[in-house]
Design a protein around this ligand. Structure first.
Ligand SMILES: [Zn+2]
Length: 296
């Protein structure tokens, strides 16, 4: 992860918002990092960074995000990039169990890296992203078309067999609007694939709180669970087909070390020595992968 100083962004802190699931405002503090607090909804359990940065603050933060990543010479960052490439294939192969050809829309596709793992002989590929720079990269590097804009406000002449959000839903300020639009863009019988999203009811988050590696509250605004997503998507007319928590098959997993570390860290936390913990380890149940289908 590219560690960035966020103190200059404090001026962009927005207002406290109601829960994205059922619009309630009955919260308890879950954790806090710097000036950004995660609140848990007492009604439904949804955890969100609340308040989070305004759109203006997020734009400021994401400026040059991809360039920074790709031009980063830190060898650790290079390893992460390689691991991510492998993780793309794990995700792709999981969704291919349900659908392996057709028209695909990758929402928040960044530079098209994930979409590029979809064979153009089998797939008619299109991406959407807010960044023109990323769209240009996808076009030049992979020949993938990317529409630039804010999805809920965009017009499409076509509908899709597969709409996917990979590592995206947690970044979106108003995620339910996005999901509604994704639903509208699906053909009858089409699939919505949500993957690589940090999970609000994960054991590691509960243990590590602000030290959980996926608790990056500038970028990660919402921590969904499969059940909470399903409760909204069911309203739109989507049926949950399958869900999964990737761990064992990812390049990040090292069960022997990870389980030992979390066991030791729980002892440290329980004895008030959590200052000795720098960050969390990968652990099962931390990232969700799920697929829904639109009714025929
Ligand atoms: Zn709620």
């Amino acid at each position: 992860m590219v560690v960035r100083d966020i103190s200059n962004l404090k001026k962009f802190l927005g207002e406290i918002r109601n829960c994205v699931i059922w619009n309630g405002n009955n919260f308890e503090k879950f954790t806090k990092l710097d000036y950004l607090e995660a609140k848990k909804c007492k009604d439904c359990g949804m955890i969100s960074t609340n308040p989070h940065l305004t759109e203006e603050g997020l734009l400021e933060y994401y400026q040059n995000y991809l360039t920074d990543r790709l031009s980063n010479d830190d060898p650790k960052e290079k390893i992460l990039l390689e691991q991510r490439k492998f993780a793309y294939l794990v995700d792709r192969d999981w969704i291919f169990k349900f659908i392996d050809h057709g028209k695909v829309l990758d929402v928040g596709c960044s530079g098209g890296q994930f979409l590029n793992t979809f064979d153009p002989k089998q797939w008619d590929r299109l991406g959407v992203d807010v960044s023109q720079e990323d769209a240009d990269f996808a076009k030049n590097e992979y020949g993938i078309e990317v529409k630039v804009g804010f999805l809920p406000e965009m017009h499409f002449d076509e509908s899709f067999d597969l709409v996917m959000l990979r590592g995206v839903i947690e970044h979106i300020s108003k995620p339910i609007e996005f999901l509604q639009k994704c639903y509208e863009l699906l053909k009858p019988g089409g699939y919505l694939f949500i993957t690589a999203a940090p999970v609000g009811d994960s054991f590691a988050f509960d243990v590590y709180r602000e030290k959980w590696v996926l608790y990056n509250p500038v970028e990660h605004l919402h921590f969904f669970t499969v059940n909470l997503l399903d409760s909204k998507l069911l309203e739109f007319g989507l049926t949950l087909i399958d869900s999964h928590y990737q761990y064992q098959e990812t390049p990040y997993a090292n069960p022997q070390n990870d389980f030992k570390k979390i066991r030791e860290d729980i002892v440290l936390i329980a004895s008030g020595h959590d200052d000795q913990i720098k960050t969390s380890v990968p652990f099962p149940g931390s990232m969700l992968t799920a697929v829904w289908q639109k009714k025929d």
